[in-house]
Design a protein. Structure first.
Length: 221
């Protein structure tokens, strides 16, 4: 009988310790760190190397707003979304020379290039856009992502026969703005802000524009 009591007592003690451990774990898990603590932890985990600086962890006001909405688990309120899109669209700098298209062949190189802005890259070296990581563009490319919509026949499907014509002005300006800062049309989406964030130069964006809109581009074949 003594053995049975002792055995039961041991089982009870073990169960109590397990329950205490689970309760402690649940309590610790419930203590969600603040955004300030998360940023501090991130910055403490990285070391600046080459062109990769810690200021990349600093959010813009737009990014902070989007992060706050994501943390809440709810979509951005329609009014707030519309306000962001209107503000961003008004800030888009269009080409001063009125020329929107460059060389589609160079644009294809930029779309294929996933390098840039890494610690191992030299300062001043042009970045790539890595477009194929998220989009299908040309029919001959068999390796592409599907996180974004297919851009195959982007210009052709929108009736762009001559990008310089007045008939194409709306879609041409839309495409420029979308590449420069996509939040102008879809706030808090995941596409990079190629122009606004300084990822691509205006000249590079013109080349990507040509890839998408030039009737001679393989995208539109």
């Amino acid at each position: 009988m003594m053995f049975k009591i002792t055995y039961i007592q041991k089982i009870g003690t073990a169960a109590s310790l397990i329950l205490f451990g689970l309760a402690t774990y649940s309590f610790a898990w419930a203590q969600t760190p603040s955004n300030k603590e998360i940023v501090a932890n991130l910055k403490g985990s990285f070391t600046e190397r080459g062109i990769a600086k810690l200021d990349r962890l600093d959010q813009t006001a737009l990014q902070a707003t989007c992060s706050k909405a994501a943390e809440s688990g709810k979509p951005l309120a329609p009014a707030a979304k519309a306000k962001i899109e209107k503000t961003v669209l008004a800030s888009i700098p269009y080409p001063a020379d009125g020329v929107y298209l460059g060389d589609w062949k160079e644009g294809e190189k930029i779309a294929q290039n996933g390098r840039g802005m890494q610690f191992s890259d030299a300062a001043g070296v042009p970045n790539g856009a890595n477009c194929y990581a998220c989009h299908q563009l040309t029919p001959t490319e068999i390796s592409f992502g599907n996180q974004g919509p297919s851009l195959l026949k982007y210009g052709a499907n929108r009736g762009v026969k001559d990008p310089a014509s007045k008939d194409s002005e709306t879609i041409v300006k839309y495409t420029w703005a979308r590449i420069w800062n996509t939040h102008a049309f879809n706030a808090c989406n995941g596409m990079p802000r190629f122009g606004d964030a300084g990822i691509l130069t205006p000249a590079q964006i013109k080349d990507v524009m040509a890839l998408l809109l030039d009737p001679a581009s393989p995208v539109n074949k």
